[in-house]
Design a protein around this ligand. Sequence first.
Ligand code: 5GP
Length: 394
Amino acid sequence: HVFCKHLPKIELHAHLNGSIRETTLVQLASERSVTLPATLLQHEAEHHDPDSEALFNTKPRSLEECFEIFAYIPRCVNDIVALKRITVEILEDFANDNVAYVELRTGPKVLLVDHTSGEQYCTKKQYVETVLDIMSSFEGKERKRYERELHNSKDRNLVRLPLVPRLLMSVDRSGTLDQAEENINLAIDMAKTHPHIVGVELGGNPTRNDFRFFEPLFQKARDHGLKVSIHFGEVPTARNDSDSSDPILKAAYDEAIAVLNFRPDRLGHALLLPHVLMEKLMRKPIPIECCPTSNVMTLELALHYGGNLVNGMKKHPQLGKWKSRRYPFSINTDDSGIFCTNLTKEFLVIATAFDLSKDDLVDILIQSVDHIFDGTEVFREKLKTLIMGRVDEL
Ligand code: 5GP
C-alpha cells in the first residue's frame, strides 16, 4: 500500500462529475433540496478514509445504477459555485494521491451562475473556462510548491511531483447530434487558445445511439489536431461478423468494428470483447484505458465473490490477458466518487489480484506515459525520468 501510494501515477480516464467526493455530493444535495436515493449512497463512514488499505469498494453498482446516480449529479452540481468546488477538490484528491498527470474529461453544461441568486445561466463556454481557470491556477501552485520543496530538499527524488492537469471534452452519446457538434466545435475553438484542452471523447450510456452517428464530428476534431478517446466494449456484442442471431448484439458488433476502423488514439474500458475483436486489437493495438474497480463493479463480479473485490478482480475478463500478452494499457479510476476508489487502490487491487511485483506496476505505469494526449516526446520522456527517480527512492 505504501508503495502504491507513493508511486507517482498518471490518470487518463476520469469523468469530472463522477469523481465528485461523496461527502460533497451529499452536502450539495442538501443545500439544493435534492433527495438522493439512499440505495445509491452506499459507502459507510470508514470508506471516506482515502488512506485505509483494506478499503476496497465492496458494493457493486450495475451499469444501470451508475447511470441512475449520474442523473442526480447535475442536479447537485447545478451552478458555477459547485462546479468550482468539485474541480478544486478533485485536483486536490489526485495531487494528494501522488498523481503527476491527470486528464479529466467532462461534457460542458449550461449551469446556473449561483443557485442562491436566481435564474441567471452561464454558457457551455463559461463552464469550460471555469474548469480551465482552476486547472491553470492549480498547475501554477503545484509547480511553485514543487520548486520550493526541491530548493529545500537534499534529494530531488524525495519531493512529490507536481500534478499536471489536462482536459478532454466529452460528447454524451445519449444526447443529440446538435449537442455533440456544439461540444466538438467548442473543443476545437477553445483549444486554439487553451493548451490544457488536449482531446475529445465519446461516453455516456452505451445502450443509446451509435458511434457511427457521431463519427464525422470525431473526424473533424482529429483533423483539427485533437486526440480522440472512445468508450468501447461496455456492452456485449455478437461473437463475429456472421453471428447475427440477435440484432442488438449484431448492431453492437458492427459498431465496435466501426470504432476500431476509425482507430481512436485510445479506447475506454474495452471490456467485453469477443475473441475476434481481441485478436483484431492484438494485431494493431490501440492503447486501452482500463478502469479495474469500475469494470468489476459494473459487471457485478464482486457480488459473486461475497463483496470481495480482489476475488472479483481475478475474474476481470481482459486484464490478465493484456498483462500477459504485453498489450498497451493504463490503469484509471473512471469515477472515483461513484466507485469509492483512487489510483492507489487501483494499483493495489490489481497487484493483489494478479500477484504483480513492484516492477510490474512500474512497467504498466511507464508504458502508459506513452498514451498521454499532451505534449511532445520530450515531455513524456521527462515525466518518465521523474517517475523513475521517485521509484528509486521507494
Ligand atoms: P461529466 O461529463 O458530467 O463531468 O461526467 C459524468 C458523465 O460521464 C456521466 O453522466 C456519464 O455520461 C459519463 N460516464 C461516467 N462514467 C462512465 C462510464 O463508465 N461509461 C460511460 N459510457 N460513461 C460514463
